[in-house]
Design a protein around this ligand. Structure first.
Ligand SMILES: Nc1ncnc2c1ncn2[C@@H]1O[C@H](COP(=O)(O)OP(=O)(O)OP(=O)(O)O)[C@@H](O)[C@H]1O
Ligand SMILES: O=C([O-])CC(=O)C(=O)O
Ligand SMILES: [Ca+2]
Ligand SMILES: [Mn+2]
Length: 651
């Protein structure tokens, strides 16, 4: 009994003693001892060898009938070929495994290297490069924490990393090789993301990247897949210098099974990520120290001067935007989910408009959050993971994303408490573009394999910081095309310096930075598929209401979710609609769970003249932007083109 009269709880220590006396079993150290005589022996017990990865009987493919030893040799040969200098004609000498473990006996068994050249033409031919091949998240965590400054485990087990000086993509530093084929095939010139470079310059940068990578003690190699549609799966190899990059791609691409990996063979596309090393600004076409170079003929991409991992993700997306349309498959910058009854919705939108947030919906199956294909067989996700924005992330509003931030997840550029490692998602000290990259199966209702039937609804998201677009409107086919080609959003960058004018962004196909062909090619395919499968188009404003940025406020996420629910359920199709002036949009008079007065933007503005002026201003921006597209024909006849032009703002 304590002095204050409250009974003292029994200490936990005391309880253990009591139990020990009761059942007579010792919990002390005097029991069994481990079967090891030395510390080294003890450590050798800790890690058991991975199970053999391929059952050889009945297996097909190039590597099927090989011994483990032979298979390892082939694999290193393939990687050495990937890393070969184009001027010295030989690949580097490769060793599998971590160089830090070079002293241990275990490594000797893996010490296969490709045949040494008869004449050593340079010092680089005399050294070995260690290959860390398709490491597991646990192994990559250890590599990152040991060797990469800025790598830490957060309180929920995610790997916090820093992407370096670049915390977003560098679209102005993206170059595409213009050769006899791509010159006619790709979209070049005004508005196009494809800034040209020649083959020779590509080779200069490639050599620079390969030499940099080969100068290192170790490189990471990921062999993975893109596209869940088995008929149109693409094999990709990513060579990088950072565990951060390897874990990011492990999460974002489709992870092969051990069997698929054994039979991987030659990749269809290879990325050389030498992002820590700059490009040489004396090189032709280079306008900064950063260069992201795509060579479609060689099926290679080189990254110099930026460590932002999103370059790899979106670089591969560009490649898909080239390869898939060649097969009559439409590639889409969209999220995608499916209801319990199999109704599929696509969510288009520029960065930050809500693709990831709204496709992650606990009442529906997630097919993917950012990149999809629409073929004759239906939709398929290109990726194996999601890349969610984390700024102001809250457990209440986005529980599925919150819970996905756990062991295995890469958390980029977030700020956390140095002691308890709790992440402060509101902190923008490093960047506003904080991100989490996690495997899609971290979302409990992910649909694996990530494929689905033809879409029923096509939802175009715009975050309209002008506050004049309605929270939801139903689109005609021509309007859907008009808004798809326009690709509008308006965000406000920073809030530090007080009120700033929202700036309109127009990005064709809601992803001009990634498309390779002229936007009308994708638009024509979308129109054809929507018509054929009877999909309905919707425009959803996830941005401002009640005034522009600084006066109104962002539409509450729960309201947007209600709107999306009504689209999915089909109830919104049967609503009563009213047409708006200028944009001619059909807006419902009622949506369940949403205050009716916010559905018509002018109702929410106290200054009606300001509303009208802002509406006309935005209409004008749309008109100006669309001028570049008025000369192009969409579809087989000119009818759709004329309809699309008429579907824009009229005033
Ligand atoms: N009404 C709303 N609807 C959707 N998102 C909202 C809304 N209000 C606030 N948000 C916030 O806006 C952000 C939407 O970002 P999201 O990650 O979904 O973008 P995204 O379209 O996937 O972009 P990216 O292509 O860059 O990944 C989230 O941080 C979300 O919390
Ligand atoms: O690519 C990135 O870095 C993020 C993203 O998804 C986008 O911008 O569409
Ligand atoms: Ca996203
Ligand atoms: Mn995206």
């Amino acid at each position: 009994m304590a002095a204050n009269g409250v009974p003292t709880p029994k200490s936990p220590l005391a309880r253990i003693v009591t139990q020990k006396q009761q059942n007579g079993i010792s919990h002390g150290d005097g029991g069994k001892t481990v079967k090891a005589q030395t510390i080294d022996e003890l450590h050798s017990l800790q890690k058991k060898k991975s199970a053999p990865t391929t059952p050889l009987d009945g297996a097909q493919g190039a590597f099927a009938s090989m011994s483990d030893d032979e298979r390892q040799k082939q694999q290193l040969k393939s990687i050495s070929a990937s890393l070969a200098s184009l001027t010295r004609e030989t690949g580097p000498k490769l060793v599998k495994g971590d160089p830090a473990k070079a002293q241990s006996g275990a490594r000797v068994a893996h010490h296969h290297h490709v045949e040494a050249p008869t004449i050593s033409v340079s010092d680089s031919a005399l050294k070995f490069t260690h290959v860390l091949y398709n490491l597991s998240p646990g192994e990559l965590y250890e590599q990152a924490i040991k060797y990469e400054k800025g790598s830490f485990i957060t309180s929920t087990g995610a790997l916090a990393t820093l992407s370096g000086a670049k915390t977003g993509r560098s679209p102005r530093d993206k170059r595409v090789v213009c050769d006899d084929t791509t010159k006619d095939e790709l979209w070049w010139g005004k508005g196009s993301p494809n800034i040209e470079m020649d083959e020779q310059t590509f080779l200069v940068n490639r050599e620079r990247a390969v030499d940099y990578l080969n100068s290192l003690d170790k490189v990471f190699v990921n062999d993975q897949f893109l596209n869940w549609d088995p008929k149109n799966r693409i094999k990709v190899r990513i060579v990088s210098a950072r565990a951060y990059h390897s874990l990011f791609m492990h999460n974002m691409c489709i992870r092969p099974t051990p069997e698929e990996l054994e039979n991987f063979g030659t990749p269809d596309f290879t990325i050389y990520n030498a992002g820590q090393f700059p490009c040489n600004r004396f090189t032709h076409y280079m306008t900064s120290s950063t260069s992201i170079d795509l060579n479609l003929a060689r099926r290679e991409m080189v990254i110099l001067g930026t460590q932002y991992a999103g370059e790899m993700k979106k670089g591969l997306f560009s490649v898909m935007h080239y390869l898939m349309p060649k097969r009559q498959i439409l590639s889409l910058h969209s999220g995608c989910n499916m209801g319990k009854d199999g109704d599929v919705a696509l969510f288009f939108g520029l960065s930050g408009t809500g693709k990831t947030t709204l496709s992650t919906d606990n009442n529906r199956y997630l097919i993917g959050d950012d990149e999809h294909c629409w073929s004759d067989a239906g939709v398929s996700n290109i990726e194996g993971g999601c890349y969610a924005k984390c700024i102001d992330l809250s457990k209440e509003k986005e529980p599925e994303i919150w819970n996905a931030i756990k062991f295995g997840t890469v958390l980029e550029n977030v700020v956390f408490d140095e002691h308890d490692r709790e992440v402060d998602y509101a902190d923008k000290s490093v960047t506003e573009n904080t991100r989490a990259a996690y495997p899609i199966e971290f979302i409990p209702n992910a649909k694996i394999p990530c494929v689905g039937p033809h879409p029923k609804n096509v939802i175009l998201l715009a975050c309209d910081a002008f506050g004049v677009l309605p929270p939801v409107s139903k689109l005609t086919m021509a309007q859907t095309m008009y808004h798809f080609i326009s690709g509008y959003t308006a965000l406000v960058a920073g809030t530090e310096d007080g009120i700033k004018e929202p700036t309109a962004t127009f990005s064709a196909c809601f992803g001009a930075a990634f498309i390779m062909l002229h936007p009308t090619k994708y638009a024509a395919m979308l129109a054809e598929k929507m018509q054929k499968h009877g999909a309905t188009g919707w425009l959803v404003n996830t941005g401002w209401s009640g005034g522009s940025y600084g006066y109104g406020s962002r539409i509450k996420l729960p309201y947007t979710r209600k709107i999306i629910d009504a689209i999915h359920s089909g109830s919104l199709l049967n609503a009563t609609f009213e047409k708006t002036e200028v944009f001619g949009l059909e807006i419902p008079t009622e949506v369940e769970g949403v205050p009716s007065e916010i559905l018509r933007p002018e109702n929410t503005w106290s200054d009606k003249k300001a509303y009208k002026d802002t509406l006309l201003k935005l209409g004008g921006l749309f008109k100006n932007n669309f001028e570049t597209f008025t000369n192009y024909k969409i579809g087989t006849d000119n009818k759709l083109t004329e309809e699309i032009l008429a579907a824009g703002p009229q005033f």
